[in-house]
Structures are given as structure tokens and as C-alpha cells.
Write a protein that binds this ligand. Structure first.
Ligand SMILES: *Cc1c(COP(=O)(O)O)cnc(C)c1O
Length: 394
């Protein structure tokens, strides 16, 4: 047997096991931009699972900014920022992010995954302790693993448990890690209590604002702004690829933190920097978001309509005013059936299964956009009603 054959045989055995567990993943083909209506495998459907919360991902001002940046600065940063890649736009974008977040400085990473992996693994090492909510994003989990620090996981938002752990788990450096808005549940972290505990026990705290940026807070700066904690949270991390309609990520914090990460974060040091077009898009998105706060209001309005609609049909939904509305189904197979059924009725919502969420909590993770029209929403609600009845869920 040739090497390739051996490899394929071994891998396909595992794929068969994944399939029989109902956890098989495959890619669907979207032929249009990430707007409320997309062409999916040749058919027009309502898109209800994109993180393009403010509808900026194909806004003419952003696409224009990208084109201009390419004309002006080319298509690539061509090296790590420490080698030859720090360009004017990196500096401009970092200044804009710091201003937006209310921090001294910011530092761009190539994506949120790389930011979390780089930040956590450079701030913590052997002998240190990471305190991590059980529903934190996979990139935080992977950052913890890579750091080789001791990782203590506390039950979701359980502040008594966190306090006990902070009291008992000693280490050289200690850091609490939390999603501001939890990506698969859409609920908000109890940041005021967490910051209180961090201060009381002398631990650092990092908040991941991936799903809160553009959505929560007076200016859409995220959960830290929402709770008025800008001065007390030393590390804010976020992405440019969700509500901001672009690609990339950042940390926002002190000058020293930035300087430290430039020297220590391997996912910053050993990678080609974000290209000009992505930075121009993010700069324009931050501007546009400030000029048009009504986008955020529209998003919240759409969330309310959708949540009220689903609740009145008898679906089990909760929402705290974020763009993420989880509809918990439970078993993997039923979740995927529901997703298929919704697609038949013209609505695309991907099913979310373990290991992304805990076993037995598979769900349809509905996300709303500011640009969904009333017609989009009523079509989607009708689809949920029909599919839910066909599967005996409501
Ligand atoms: C999406 C997400 C990330 C990763 O960000 P990318 O820029 O997409 O790599 C990190 N943390 C959370 C909570 C996320 O939802």
C-alpha cells in the first residue's frame, strides 16, 4: 500500500466515526457577498448566521477604501512588521482603535485566533495560572494550552466558583480570561463582578470583545464600555472581521503592554502583517460606525423582533440584547435536520454542535444584521414556524 493510500485509509476511518457521531462538517458555497440575502449553492436564501452584524461587509465605502488602499500601498505587507512590514496604515489603524476603545495604544494582529493565542501564551507561562470561563472561545482555550500555564476552568459565569479559585490557586502571574459576549450563547459576561474579583485578588483580566464590538456600549466599543469599565480592564481584545466588516484583530491597552507583545507574542512576530486593504477597511468601518449609530439601533430592533417572534411560537430562546440568538435543540442529528429544513424553506442557519458547544446543547445560532429588512425577518420567522412544526419542536 502506498503512503498516500495509508494516510487516506487512516483519516477516512476517523471521518466515518465523526459522521456516525453526527458531527461531520462540510463547507457550503456562498456565491454572493455576506448580505441579508445570499445565493447558497445556486439558490437565494435569507442569511441568518453571519457575524456581519452592522451590514458593513459589502458597504460601498468599505469596498472603495479597500480599492484605494491597494492602489496606493499595494496588496501585501510582504513581511512581519518587525522586518519590513510596518506601514503607515498599521499606525493609523492602531491610533483609531485606541481612540475608539479609550486606551493608550492598540496593536493589530492578523485575526482574533492569532491574537488570543499570542497574547495569552506570551503573558502567561509555566508557574502561572489562567482562570477561564468554561464557554470561552476555542482561541482562548488554545492560547491557554500553548502558554503551558495551569488552566483552571470555572463554570459559566459562576462568580462564587471564580472567587474560590482565585483564593486557592496561587501562581507567579494570574489572569482571568473571558468573552465579553459569549460567541455561541450571546449572553454577556458579568464584568463588573469579575473586575471586582480581579482587583481584590490581584489577577489580571482580559476581555475578548469579538461579538461585542459594534454591538454593545454607548459608541459600540463593546462590553467594557457598556459597563463603564474602560479604566479598569487592562487588556481588551477584539476582531475586525465581525461587526466591523473586514478582517484582522487587535488588542487595546497600555503602551507597555503593546511594547511587551511586540517583543514576545509569537503570533505577532512570526507572521506577515495584515495587508493594506484590510486596514483601510477597518479604518473606514470605525468611522462609519461612529457616523451612523442608527445601524446599531436597527440591529437591536431586529434582534427584538426576532426573539419575540420565536418566543411566541414556543421556541426556547433567551437574549440579552446582543446580535447572537441561540435556539437550543439538544441532539446533534435533530439540530442538523432543523438546519436542513430551514434551508428548504429559504433560510440559512448553520447548526452548531460539539465540540464547539457542550454535548446535548446543539443549536441553531441565529445572528441578526442591521440590514435585515422586515420582509427578511418575517420570511425567516415563517420558516422557523414551519420547520419547527415539521420536526415536532414546537
Ligand atoms: C470569532 C472569534 C474569535 C476569532 O476571531 P477571528 O478574527 O475570526 O480569528 C475570537 N474570539 C471570539 C470570542 C470569537 O467569537
Amino acid at each position: 500500500m502506498g503512503l498516500r493510500k495509508e494516510l487516506d485509509t487512516s483519516l477516512s476511518q476517523e471521518l466515518t466515526a465523526i459522521k456516525s457521531a453526527g458531527r461531520y462538517r462540510f463547507l457550503r458555497n456562498i456565491e454572493t457577498a455576506q448580505s441579508p440575502r445570499v445565493t447558497l449553492d445556486g439558490r437565494e436564501v435569507v442569511l441568518m448566521c453571519s457575524n456581519n452584524y452592522l451590514g458593513l461587509a459589502n458597504h460601498p465605502r468599505l469596498t472603495e477604501a479597500a480599492k484605494k488602499a491597494i492602489d496606493c500601498y499595494g496588496t501585501s505587507a510582504s513581511a512581519s512588521r518587525l522586518v519590513s512590514g510596518t506601514m503607515t496604515l498599521h499606525k493609523k489603524l492602531e491610533e483609531a482603535i485606541a481612540k475608539f476603545k479609550g486606551t493608550e495604544t492598540a496593536l493589530i494582529f492578523n485575526c482574533g485566533y492569532m491574537a488570543n493565542v499570542g497574547i495569552i501564551s506570551s503573558l502567561l507561562g509555566p508557574g502561572d495560572v489562567a482562570f477561564s470561563d468554561e464557554l470561552n472561545h476555542a482561541s482562548i482555550i488554545d492560547g491557554c494550552r500553548l502558554s503551558r500555564a495551569k488552566v483552571v476552568v470555572f463554570p459559566h459565569k459562576d462568580m462564587n466558583a471564580l472567587e474560590n479559585l482565585l483564593r486557592n490557586e496561587k501562581g507567579r502571574r494570574r489572569m482571568i480570561l473571558v468573552d465579553g459576549v459569549f460567541s455561541m450563547d450571546g449572553d454577556i459576561a458579568p464584568l463588573p463582578e469579575m473586575v471586582e474579583l480581579a482587583e481584590k485578588y490581584g489577577a489580571w483580566i482580559m476581555v475578548d470583545e469579538a461579538h461585542a464590538t459594534g454591538v454593545l456600549g454607548e459608541r459600540g466599543a463593546g462590553t467594557v464600555e457598556y459597563f463603564g469599565l474602560t479604566k479598569r480592564v487592562p487588556i481588551q481584545m477584539g476582531t475586525l472581521g465581525k461587526a466591523l466588516g473586514g478582517f484582522g484583530a487587535y488588542i487595546a491597552g497600555s503602551k507597555i503592554l503593546r511594547e511587551y507583545l511586540i517583543n514576545k507574542a509569537r503570533s505577532f512576530i512570526f507572521t506577515t502583517a495584515l495587508p493594506p486593504a484590510d486596514m483601510a477597511v477597518a479604518l473606514e468601518a470605525i468611522r462609519l460606525m461612529q457616523e451612523e449609530p442608527e445601524r446599531r439601533q436597527r440591529l437591536h430592533h431586529n434582534v427584538k423582533i426576532f426573539v419575540d417572534g420565536l418566543s411566541s411560537m414556543g421556541f426556547d430562546v433567551t437574549n440579552q440584547g446582543t446580535a447572537v440568538v441561540p435556539v437550543i435543540i439538544g441532539p446533534e442529528d435533530k439540530t442538523m435536520q432543523m438546519s436542513e429544513m430551514l434551508l428548504k424553506h429559504g433560510v440559512f442557519v448553520a447548526g452548531i454542535r460539539p465540540p464547539t458547544v457542550p454535548p446535548g446543547t446543539s443549536r441553531l445560532r441565529v445572528t441578526l444584521m442591521a440590514t435585515h429588512t422586515e420582509e427578511d425577518l418575517s420570511l425567516a420567522l415563517d420558516a422557523f414556524a414551519q420547520a419547527g412544526k415539521e420536526l415536532g419542536l414546537i
